[in-house]
Design a protein around this ligand. Structure first.
Ligand SMILES: [Zn+2]
Length: 286
C-alpha cells in the first residue's frame, strides 16, 4: 500500500499574513530596475520563504501528535549543549520529551519516529526533506507541483512613537518588517524513505496545526501577537496526480469524480492502515 504513495507530498498552506522574522528572501533586485520603492503597490516581487520556520512549526505539531498518543518525542536540542536555562530543559524532559538520540540503541537503529524523520544526531540526515516555498504575486507563473505559492511581498513599516503627551506622538524609531500577504500554495516535502507511519504522522500533525492555528504555540513564524502566522493547512491527498493537484488551485474548476474516489480511498483504506502503523511505532518506542 505504501508503494502507492509517492515520495513527494504536498501541504496546502493558506494565510492572510506571514511574518517570519527577517528571513524572507526577495528577488526585488530583479524587479526594481534601480527605482524600487518599498511601498509601491505595483511591486511585482517574488521571493522565498525558507524552510527553517516551516520545519520548526511542523516538527512541533508532530511532537504533539506523538505525545497525545502517549509517546515521548526527541528533544530538538543537543543533550550535551550548554543550555542557558537548565531548568527549562529538564522541565521539557518531564513533559513529553526524551533526550535527543536517547531512543537509539545502536548505530543502525532508526530511533523514535521524530528522530527518524528529522535526524540530526551523529550526522544522520532525517528522512523528510523540507523545502523552501517559492512565492510569486503573479498567479499564472506559480507552479504548485513544484512547491510554490501565490503570495504578495510587502515591507511593513511600524512607527514607534513617544507615549509622552508633550511629545505629540513624536516618532522614536522606525521598524521595518518583511511580510507575505495572501499566501496560498503548496509546501513540498520529500521522504527519503516512505514509511506508512511517516505519512500518518504528517497527516495528523497537519490536522492538529490546522485545528490549533490560533494557539500562540502553533502559529507559523514570529510576530504571533499581531496575527501573522495564523495558517490554514491540510495535506493534499497523496494519491493525487500532478494534474489533480493543479486543479485544487484552479478556482474555475471543481474536483473530478476520480478525485472524489481517491479522497474516499484515502480516508477509508490508506489512512487507517497508516495510522495503525503509527500507533504501533509509537507504542514500541522506548
Ligand atoms: Zn527520539
Amino acid at each position: 500500500m505504501i508503494e502507492d504513495i509517492d515520495r513527494d507530498v504536498f501541504v496546502r498552506i493558506q494565510t492572510d499574513l506571514l511574518v517570519v522574522g527577517d528571513s524572507i528572501i526577495t528577488d526585488r533586485h530583479h524587479a526594481s530596475n534601480g527605482n524600487y520603492e518599498d511601498n509601491d503597490p505595483q511591486n511585482q516581487i517574488g521571493g522565498i520563504i525558507p524552510a527553517f520556520s516551516l520545519s520548526g512549526w511542523l516538527r512541533h505539531g508532530m511532537e504533539k501528535v506523538v505525545q497525545e498518543r502517549g509517546g515521548t518525542a526527541c528533544h530538538p536540542g543537543e543533550p550535551n549543549a550548554n543550555f542557558r536555562k537548565d531548568g527549562v530543559y529538564n522541565r521539557d524532559l518531564d513533559a513529553g520529551y526524551h533526550e535527543k538520540g536517547a531512543c537509539l540503541d545502536d548505530d543502525d537503529d532508526d530511533g523514535c519516529v521524530i528522530f527518524d524523520l528529522f535526524g540530526g544526531f551523529g550526522n544522520r540526515p532525517g528522512k523528510v526533506m523540507r523545502r523552501p516555498i517559492q512565492f510569486s504575486p503573479v498567479r499564472s507563473s506559480v507552479d504548485y507541483t513544484r512547491g510554490q505559492a501565490e503570495g504578495h511581498y510587502r515591507r511593513i513599516n511600524r512607527n514607534v512613537v513617544s507615549r509622552n503627551d508633550q511629545d505629540n506622538r513624536e516618532p522614536l524609531r522606525n521598524a521595518e518588517l518583511d511580510a507575505v500577504g495572501n499566501l496560498d500554495g503548496c509546501w513540498h516535502l520529500s521522504f527519503r524513505e516512505t514509511k506508512p507511519e511517516f505519512v500518518a504522522l504528517l497527516a495528523e500533525a497537519i490536522d492538529f496545526l490546522d485545528e490549533h492555528q490560533t494557539d500562540f504555540m502553533h502559529q507559523l513564524g514570529g510576530a504571533r501577537n499581531f496575527g501573522g502566522g495564523i495558517v490554514d493547512c491540510h495535506l493534499v491527498n497523496p494519491l493525487y496526480e500532478e494534474h489533480e493537484l493543479r486543479r485544487i488551485f484552479d478556482r474555475g474548476k471543481g474536483n473530478t469524480t476520480k478525485m472524489a474516489e481517491k479522497d474516499e480511498r484515502w480516508e477509508n483504506e490508506y489512512f487507517p492502515k497508516f495510522e495503525s502503523a503509527l500507533a504501533e511505532r509509537v507504542e514500541e518506542a522506548p
